[in-house]
Ligand binder design. Structure first.
Ligand code: ZN
Length: 341
C-alpha cells in the first residue's frame, strides 16, 4: 500500500483524527474521535483500513446480524426480550395459561369457569398477532399500560369478544371502586387526583383522617385542624403548650410527643435521662439548652456535650472570663475524678 500522510481533522469511517499520540511509549499512533463521542488511540496504519470506529460500528453490525439470524431461525422470535413484540407474545402466553394451566393463580376465574381461547388463537401465535395489530395493539405502550379485555366476561377469548384497553379503563370497570361525589360529579380518588394534579395519598388522608369533603379535599388541611390537638398537652392538670415545656425543661419537641403518646404524664414527661443531664450553655450572651442550640443554631449534640465537659464554650474555645464559681466547680470535678480513680 502506498504511503499516506495523516493530518489532524481528516476523516476515516466514523473516526476524525485529532492529534499524533503515543501508546506504551511507542509513536505511530493517533488520537481519534469517534462519531459516537468516544476518543481512542489507534495505530496509524490501521486507521480507515482495519479500524473505522472506536468499536461501536462492529458492535452494531454484529447485533443486527444476530437479530436477523434469530428472526429467520426461530418462529417464536417475539418471545425474546429484544423483540419489539415481546410484550404481545407474553400476553398471548398468559392468556392461554389463565385458561388451561390449572396451576395458574387465577385459573379458577378463567379456565375454572369454562373460559377458553378460540382454536385459531390457541394454536397459532401469528394469527393472534395479526388480530392484535389490526385492532389497536400499541407497540409503544409499556408493561401494564395496555391489556387484553373481554367485552363479555362470560364469553371466550375470541376476536369478536376482545379489545385492547389501557389499565385505567380496566380498573374502572371493576365493581369495588369507591367514588367521591363533588359538585354532582362522581369520580374515584385516582381520577380526582389526576384531574387536580394532587397525590392520591394526600386526598385519601384528607378524606379519611381529617374527614374533609367536597372542594375542601383539594385544598391544604387547615392549620388549626392539623394542629388542633397537637400543640397543647395535659401537664399537671393544665393544658400547656408543648413549646413552653420544651423551652422550660430543655427536652425536644419530638421526645415530649413520643412520651405523651406512650402514656407518660407529669414528671415523667420532663424527666431527663440520667446519662444526659440538663446542660445550658451560653451563646451570644444568652443561656440555651443543648437541644435548643442543636435545633435552632445547627450545633451537634455530641460536640456540645464534649466541649461542655471540657469546660469550653460552644465554639470549643477556652472561656475567656471564667467566673470564680465556674473555676471552683471545675476544680471540684477534677478532684472528684482523681478520688474516683
Ligand atoms: Zn464509536
Amino acid at each position: 500500500m502506498g504511503r499516506r500522510v495523516l493530518k489532524p481533522g481528516q476523516k476515516y469511517g466514523r473516526l476524525t483524527l485529532l492529534s499524533k499520540a503515543q501508546k506504551n511509549g511507542r509513536s505511530g499512533y493517533w488520537l481519534c474521535k469517534c462519531e459516537c463521542g468516544n476518543k481512542k488511540i489507534i495505530r496509524s496504519d490501521s486507521i480507515g483500513r482495519r479500524t473505522v470506529s472506536c468499536g461501536c460500528y462492529g458492535k452494531k453490525v454484529l447485533e443486527e446480524q444476530h437479530k436477523r439470524k434469530l428472526a429467520t431461525k426461530y418462529e417464536d422470535f417475539d418471545s425474546k426480550a429484544y423483540s419489539p413484540y415481546y410484550r404481545l407474545y407474553h400476553t398471548w402466553g398468559h392468556m392461554k395459561s389463565r385458561c388451561y394451566n390449572a396451576n395458574n393463580n387465577v385459573y379458577y376465574l378463567y379456565g375454572g369457569r369454562g373460559i377458553k381461547v378460540c382454536d385459531e388463537w390457541r394454536d397459532n401465535y401469528q394469527c393472534f398477532k395479526k388480530w392484535a395489530l389490526a385492532n389497536g395493539w400499541d407497540l409503544h405502550a409499556k408493561g401494564m399500560e395496555q391489556s387484553i379485555d373481554r367485552i363479555d366476561p362470560n364469553k371466550d377469548y375470541e376476536p369478536d369478544n376482545c379489545r385492547w384497553v389501557n389499565a385505567q379503563t380496566q380498573a374502572l370497570n371493576k365493581r369495588n371502586n369507591f367514588f367521591i361525589t363533588i359538585n354532582g360529579e362522581s369520580r374515584s380518588i385516582t381520577e380526582w387526583s389526576r384531574l387536580k394534579n394532587i397525590d392520591p395519598g394526600v386526598i385519601r388522608r384528607r378524606y379519611y383522617k381529617y374527614g374533609l369533603r367536597g372542594e375542601d379535599l383539594f385544598n391544604p388541611i387547615p392549620r388549626e385542624m392539623k394542629y388542633a390537638n397537637n400543640n397543647k398537652i395535659l401537664f399537671k392538670d393544665e393544658m400547656v403548650p408543648v413549646v413552653d415545656l420544651c423551652r422550660q425543661y430543655g427536652i425536644s419537641d419530638a421526645t415530649l410527643r413520643k412520651r405523651y403518646e406512650r402514656g407518660w404524664r407529669d414528671d415523667e414527661l420532663i424527666k431527663r435521662p440520667e446519662h444526659k443531664p440538663l446542660i445550658k450553655m451560653e451563646y451570644k450572651g444568652k443561656m440555651y439548652s443543648i437541644s435548643e442550640l442543636c435545633n435552632n443554631f445547627g450545633f451537634k449534640e455530641t460536640t456540645l456535650r464534649r466541649r461542655y465537659s471540657k469546660g469550653l464554650d460552644v465554639y470549643g474555645n477556652e472561656k475567656s472570663n471564667n467566673s470564680d464559681k465556674q473555676l471552683e466547680n471545675k476544680r471540684v470535678k477534677a478532684t472528684k475524678k482523681k478520688e474516683g480513680m
